[in-house]
Design a protein. Structure first.
Length: 98
């Protein structure tokens, strides 16, 4: 498992997610083109993350393999629920890898 700290933005859109999410949200993340992996978001400074919000979160991934060879601080990514991109982000820190 690998845990990161990331800055994310949830897009405000007529076709994207229209409701807020809470800790435990598990969207699909795209670090490698044409490859998606699931991760679990933990909110650190709020109870909900609404469309249009930006903030710092922690994200847990089960398998580092799907994060790509160049997985380091500064790596950019997008996330979705399978139908279209809901937001984007950047890795701020790699907290743990076990």
């Amino acid at each position: 498992m690998i845990k990161i700290k990331a800055k994310i933005k949830l897009f405000k859109s007529d076709v994207g997610r229209k409701t807020a999410f809470t800790s435990g949200y598990r969207p699909l993340f795209n670090f490698i083109k044409e490859m998606k992996t699931s991760g679990q978001i933990t909110l650190k400074d709020r109870q909900e993350f609404a469309p249009g919000d930006e903030g710092i979160v922690e994200i847990d991934f089960l398998n580092e393999e799907y994060l790509g060879d160049g997985f380091t601080k500064g790596k950019k990514f997008t996330f979705d629920e399978g139908t279209g991109i809901l937001g984007d982000g950047e890795v701020i820190d790699i907290i743990g890898n076990w």
